[in-house]
Ligand binder design. Sequence first.
Ligand SMILES: Nc1ncnc2c1ncn2[C@@H]1O[C@H](COP(=O)(O)OP(=O)(O)OP(=O)(O)O)[C@@H](O)[C@H]1O
Length: 295
Amino acid sequence: MSAAEPHIKSAQQSENAMSESQSMLLNLEHVSKIYGDLHAVDDLSLTVPEGEWLAIVGSSGSGKTTLMNIIGCLDAPSKGSVSLEGRKLEDLNASQLADVRKNVVGLVFQKFYLVPHLTAVENVMVAQYYHSVVDEQQALDALEQVGLKDRAHHLPSQLSGGEQQRVCIARALINCPKLILADEPTGNLDEKNERIVLDLFRKLHEQGTTIIVVTHDALVASCAQREIMLNHGVLVGEKWNDENAKAEYEAQGGKPASTGAQVEGAQSGDEAKDFVDPTKAAKHRGSLEEGRHNA
Ligand SMILES: Nc1ncnc2c1ncn2[C@@H]1O[C@H](COP(=O)(O)OP(=O)(O)OP(=O)(O)O)[C@@H](O)[C@H]1O
């Protein structure tokens, strides 16, 4: 090996690392969120390419929402670095962060947060207001996208839970976000409405939208291309449901998610392995198969 080779190698390595971070929509490096003695998220590294559908699973209190809030620029990590579209969030000021929230991210929550005295279309137009473009036709188009044009002038109280969640998705779509972050989006829905919402996510994913969903629900998680599992803020498992997506991710230089924290059960990048989620028993297996056949 010539004396120059190590330099060449390190230049190539940094080039690879750069192209990896450029091709990734989201890049978390050693991210922690610490409250006193509690590490809600503990030294987590994760990359998500544009167009991926990722599920974050784990028991209550494992750090899922905390992580989601950090990714959605609603909260800042105590340590580590987060990049979205190649921009380091820690380098942005408050108004630049607000722009990222507005223009890159669409948020969907378990609790719908609809304004009760406004109709469906007006609720969508509230979101437009924050984008300084109030356009009823565009709001109606967003409702049409979620199959609710005929419910546009109904109040939330006149809509089913599933319909209310679809209004929320229409509201999240108003800025054509690259990234949809959904926190337990089907948590309040029955199976039928859960399937409608999942079909919508499937459609958005096919159109190229990146989706990150926090869920307790086995069916919702298994619709994603990849699942990561947290426990006490650390990564305890990573599982690909879509081998093609995995191969593509690896070809782009994507690495397994990892936790640096030395905690029992935690997985470093080299060791990351599939997890067995006890909640993935038979509950939804039948309906999943059916849902896939209908897709
Ligand atoms: N603002 C806060 N101050 C102190 N502790 C917090 C705060 N927010 C969250 N935590 C703690 O951080 C841990 C992770 O909370 P988080 O809400 O992220 O969990 P989760 O996995 O989303 O739980 P669930 O599934 O019940 O919603 C919990 O122990 C929680 O009590």
